[in-house]
Design a protein around this ligand. Structure first.
Ligand SMILES: Nc1ncnc2c1ncn2[C@@H]1O[C@H](COP(=O)(O)OP(=O)(O)OP(=O)(O)O)[C@@H](O)[C@H]1O
Ligand SMILES: [Mg+2]
Length: 205
């Protein structure tokens, strides 16, 4: 039986880029022939809405499947205010680097770290003209975080319920750079040694 890699996109703070990462990482997987499945923890959630518009080249479901799904990579898109550290070994934690959002991230990171989770941090939507955000971003970069600069590509994609890999966005400003950033994060996810790739199947992720 082939191994399924399971990851959780988690940050209890709302609006940090969880759903953006979930659907774009899934799209990046499709690009390289890996079959993803997004599990949206919120029936009215953002990634579910994307799926319902019919623009996605992969499936988004609202519940943990009863039987083993036909997928290579399962991505849990967690909802805001979910403070419970997900069960998967690997967590992707997006954050926007403004001060109060950073504080929530640190709090959540500590909880996950205490439970032995491996964490990939992704700074999304940093306003680099703000000194405090810039220094937070630089600090996290040195700690190994991935950085996705603030970009209009994401609001356009969100308005149209598309991923940034959608060919309709091929001419968007700096689209290649943005795709590379997402694909690099996917690369890091796929490189990570799978310690417990079945954990998310048994529990709520
Ligand atoms: N790098 C970026 N540049 C510009 N906008 C971004 C960037 N990353 C994310 N965003 C925008 O931030 C907003 C919130 O993102 P998203 O919905 O993915 O957050 P979330 O963490 O899933 O929120 P919730 O907790 O409410 O589910 C979206 O409009 C998204 O397009
Ligand atoms: Mg969301």
């Amino acid at each position: 039986m082939k191994k399924i890699k399971i990851i959780s996109i988690w940050n209890p703070k709302g609006g940090q880029g969880k759903s953006m990462l979930a659907i774009n990482l899934a799209a990046a997987a499709c690009e390289i022939g890996i079959k993803p499945l997004v599990i949206c923890q919120d029936q009215q959630g953002t990634s579910m809405l994307y799926y319902q518009t019919g623009n996605l080249p992969f499936e988004v479901i609202g519940d943990i499947p009863e039987s083993r799904p036909n997928a290579d990579l399962i991505i849990f898109d967690h909802q805001a205010s979910d403070w419970e550290v997900p069960d998967t070994h690997l967590l992707i934690m997006p954050l926007k680097p403004a001060r109060d959002q950073y504080a929530t991230y640190i709090d959540a990171f500590k909880r996950a770290d205490k439970k032995g989770r491996e964490i990939i941090t992704v700074v999304t939507d940093g306003q680099t003209h703000r000194a405090s955000e810039k220094s937070t971003t630089e600090f996290l970069r040195e700690e190994g975080a991935y950085i996705i600069p603030s970009s209009g590509v994401f609001s356009r994609a969100a308005e149209e319920y598309r991923t940034i890999y959608d060919t309709k966005l091929n001419k968007a400003y700096k689209i290649r750079e943005r795709r590379q950033e997402i694909s690099r994060i996917l690369g890091a996810i796929l490189m990570q040694q799978s310690e417990d790739t079945t954990a998310g199947e048994k529990t709520n992720g």
